[in-house]
Design a protein around this ligand. Structure first.
Ligand code: CTP
Length: 410
């Protein structure tokens, strides 16, 4: 609930700056206290008087006022706020925040802020998708800042694509959600959670392996979503180059093979109240990996003998104690629902997350996923295509609902 909340709205130089007028008006109507901080570039897009009138307070732009006599204390301002929202956030200011540059009042306020930071980027699609921008976004997410997803639509360039700033009502809804989460502690708060993620690499010899296309993105997003609920997370991560969040509530254990993943998962499972197995674990591994590099053979084919690995999830299903929540994934191409439900029963899970490889945008490598959650009663909940981050939040919210209902029935 934003009523009574102290909100700093930062406005940067972007065509979408006109939308910040609607944002400020919506926040004031909902009873928030708003102070607007503009960057010098923002004034080319919206006059300060509009935002001053709507927010009922002078807009702050400089570190000192025009007379040069009065200091706009950015530290005091940053400490006053319950939340700092920067909307629109240009590619330029986004880069400055990621790198800690401080050349105007808004960037100074950002560096002094201890409150949650909510960012609503706005830029052309090419700028948004550029590796530099995406790397900066990753840096900001690793700082646990919130990014309001950009929307698809008409852009200032006249092109149509990703990069439009979220509509003001969606930003307000995002803030309502954030404050609600903060005021109503999650049932996962303080609990131990265990997540497996990424592929496994099974050595053939010292330079070759059998692997799969998993990147680890889904499992890392799950770890992030669990952290947002206040859980203490152990992430057992196969070979993945994806960035992991920086948090003192997160322990990351790096492994390579299915056997290593099994050993490490067993170590942490007894303490874990919630376990989510998102890793794509190899079902078979070379029976006898060669100690030195295999040389090319004279004949045309070669045979590699494989032995089965342990089905970690199945094993945990046997060890599971009352009160522990165990969640698995099923990646299927045929008879998706039936196969997933069978896996759920066979592995003794509380629920299973089904991914269909037939869905465009779902599965390995993508930033998006389309999931269906199936519970022990065979009830299913199909979600639309979402970012992996959002899909992870849906899964963790489902865990929270499960914990709440089992606490209520005790
Ligand atoms: N899993 C596991 N250990 C394995 C294989 C799979 O813990 N050795 C887990 C995965 O992390 C996932 C679930 O089991 O949560 C299902 O994985 P999936 O590959 O879809 O199923 P499998 O049981 O391996 O069956 P199949 O490959 O025949 O579909």
């Amino acid at each position: 609930m934003v009523q009574g909340k102290k909100v700093i709205v930062g406005v940067t130089g972007s065509i979408a700056a006109y939308k910040s007028a609607f944002l400020v008006r919506a926040l004031i109507r909902k009873g928030a206290h708003v102070r607007v901080v503009m960057t010098p570039a923002a004034e080319q897009f919206i006059p300060p008087i509009t935002l001053a009138t709507l927010s009922r307070h002078p807009v702050l732009r400089d570190l000192a006022d025009a007379s040069g006599q009065t200091w706009n204390n950015h530290i005091e301002l940053a400490r006053w706020a319950d939340v700092l929202v920067i909307a629109p956030l240009s590619a330029n200011t986004l880069a400055k925040l990621a790198h800690g540059l401080c050349d105007n009042l808004l960037t100074a306020v950002y560096l002094s802020a201890r409150c949650p930071v909510v960012l609503a980027p706005a830029m052309d699609e090419d700028m948004w998708l550029h590796a530099a921008t995406q790397a900066n976004v990753t840096t900001l997410l690793q700082r646990n800042h919130h990014i309001v997803p950009v929307e698809h639509g008409e852009l200032a360039s006249g092109l149509v694509g990703m990069g439009r700033m979220a509509e003001p009502e969606n930003i307000v809804a995002f803030l309502e959600d954030l404050f609600q989460k903060k005021t109503q502690p999650s049932p996962l708060d303080g609990l131990a959670a265990l997540v497996t993620a990424g592929p496994t690499f099974e050595p053939i010899d010292p330079v070759r392996f059998i692997g799969n296309y998993s990147t680890g993105k889904m499992g890392i997003a799950l770890a992030e979503a669990l952290l947002e609920h206040g859980a203490h997370v152990t992430l057992i991560l196969g070979p993945s180059v994806e960035p992991v969040p920086a948090s003192n509530q997160l322990k990351v254990i790096r492994v390579h093979t299915a056997d290593e993943m099994y050993q490490q998962t067993l170590r942490f499972f007894p303490q874990a109240k919630i376990t989510i197995m998102a890793a794509a674990v190899a079902d078979y591994t070379p029976a006898q990996p060669a100690a030195s590099k295999l040389k090319k053979l004279e004949h045309e084919s070669m045979t590699l003998t494989l032995r089965p690995t342990t089905d970690i999830l199945h094993e945990l299903g046997q060890l599971k104690q009352p009160g522990q929540v165990l969640v698995g994934f099923a990646l299927e191409t045929d008879y998706e629902f039936d196969n997933a439900l069978q896996k759920l029963y066979k592995k003794n899970l509380d629920f299973i997350v089904l991914n269909s490889l037939r869905d465009p945008g779902a599965g390995f490598g993508h930033d998006t996923n389309r999931i269906t959650i199936i519970d022990r009663n065979g009830q299913s909940l199909a979600f639309p295509l979402k970012t992996k981050r959002e899909a992870a939040q849906d899964i963790v919210n489902f865990v929270a609902t499960l914990l709440k209902s089992s606490a209520a029935s005790e």
